[in-house]
Design a protein around this ligand. Structure first.
Ligand SMILES: *[C@@H]1O[C@H](CO)[C@@H](O)[C@H](O)[C@H]1NC(C)=O
Ligand SMILES: *[C@@H]1O[C@H](CO)[C@@H](O)[C@H](O)[C@H]1NC(C)=O
Ligand SMILES: *[C@@H]1O[C@H](CO)[C@@H](O)[C@H](O)[C@H]1NC(C)=O
Ligand SMILES: *[C@@H]1O[C@H](CO)[C@@H](O)[C@H](O)[C@H]1NC(C)=O
Ligand SMILES: *[C@@H]1O[C@H](CO)[C@@H](O)[C@H](O)[C@H]1NC(C)=O
Ligand SMILES: *[C@H]1O[C@@H](CO)[C@H](O)[C@@H](O)[C@@H]1NC(C)=O
Length: 311
């Protein structure tokens, strides 16, 4: 079957082959050719269930998509001081629950249907994982490091949109943050997970970025003894520099050890600040020059990347 598909693709070109499968407009010559008709059906595109179960032996991954064919969503963020819900525009058609098959042609699900799919299908691009890439086993964490990509990310085949999915069942997501810490270089990089408000992909992912030197210097000057390794504590010295008043709240782990409870700590933060705008919360990890590892939540308008990632 794979051979037939290759030959068909070579003979007709991709778009005709797609039409043949009924996925595009129909071409008469495909029907008229008895050799092709009813035989070489191209492999289907991987669906969400196949990706989340790593059951991908007979499907192919989508190319990158742009925009979204169905009307994109305005996802509600949180009420402003007048009680009006604000919205964040997304290239997806559902705001909660991760990527569904109906969103396969949406840019905001490209991380799931294209990047993660490619990674699971091509282990040479996906050679750092928290477990084997094997169908119907439990979910794993993976490092997405496609050759030529301008940034590496970590993600998982557990289908969840992002940060607010992590704290109610924190074990798996605490492990995800640990996995991410095994993928970055703390001497020069930081980790960051965007808020609901600013993220552009609706599949959980952590950015591995060059660290922000201003934050590196700022945290290096903080006294770690004013913090603990369990709870996110308000950094009272942090300048509210986006003009609207924003907070960062951190826990710290000493001696270069990994943070093991970052998703759990987010749940404790929400319990302590029940009125916080959850859709503005982002999370990030950065190690200072004394090898203290700072794990922080932010509620800045533009998310944590601008604060923890540099250029
Ligand atoms: C996903 O694809 C598999 C294999 O083609 C199919 O059996 C399954 O029904 C599909 N799932 C959905 C939800 O369409
Ligand atoms: C949505 O898709 C369009 C078209 O590719 C793109 O220009 C825009 O930046 C995307 N918006 C978001 C929020 O991802
Ligand atoms: C999203 O919001 C924009 C700007 O407020 C509006 O023009 C657009 O119609 C909205 N789209 C949907 C699908 O609600
Ligand atoms: C992992 O993938 C990279 C390319 O992304 C490659 O250079 C490297 O050799 C691979 N390592 C292993 C152990 O396969
Ligand atoms: C991504 O990760 C790979 C494998 O660890 C590494 O070789 C590559 O330099 C990284 N890319 C970036 C942009 O950091
Ligand atoms: C972060 O945002 C500012 C302003 O938008 C609020 O004043 C803070 O209360 C808020 N901090 C938390 C923890 O919710």
């Amino acid at each position: 079957m794979a051979k037939h598909w290759l030959l068909l693709t070579l003979a007709l070109g991709w778009s005709s082959a797609m039409s043949f499968a009924g996925l595009g407009s129909f071409h008469d010559h495909a029907l008229a050719n008895p050799l092709l008709y009813g035989r070489a059906v191209p492999p289907p595109l991987c669906n969400s269930t196949e990706i989340s179960t790593m059951n991908m032996g007979s499907c192919v991954c989508r190319e990158q998509q742009f925009g979204c064919s169905s009307p994109p969503m305005n996802c509600s963020v949180c009420p402003n001081s007048k009680g009006e819900f604000l919205t964040a525009f997304k290239n997806v058609t559902t705001c909660l629950g991760g990527c569904t098959d109906r969103e396969a042609s949406c840019q905001g699900c490209g991380l799931w249907f294209h990047s993660l799919c490619d990674c699971l299908k091509n282990p040479q691009w996906c050679n750092k994982t928290s477990g084997p890439i094997k169908k119907d086993t439990g979910p794993i964490w993976v490092l997405l490091s496609q050759p030529g990509a301008k940034e590496n990310l970590t993600t998982t085949n557990e289908r969840v949109s992002g940060i607010l999915d992590t704290y109610e069942k924190p074990k798996f997501f605490d492990e995800g943050w640990e996995f991410s810490q095994s993928c970055y270089k703390p001497q020069e990089q930081a980790l960051a997970m965007n808020s609901v408000r600013v993220r552009t992909h609706e599949q959980i992912h952590t950015h591995i970025c060059k660290r922000n030197d201003a934050m590196y210097n700022f945290l290096g000057a903080e006294n770690p003894n004013h913090y603990n390794s369990e709870d996110l504590t308000l950094v009272s010295n942090y300048p509210n520099n986006d003009g609207k008043g924003t907070d960062i709240l951190c826990l710290v782990v000493k001696n270069g050890d990994p943070v093991k409870n970052f998703a759990s700590a987010l749940g404790q933060l929400f319990a302590k600040y029940p009125n916080t705008c959850q859709q503005r919360i982002g999370q990030a990890i950065l190690q200072d020059k004394y090898k203290n590892t700072w794990a922080c939540a932010t509620n800045t308008t533009n998310g944590p990347l601008g604060l923890f990632c540099g250029k």
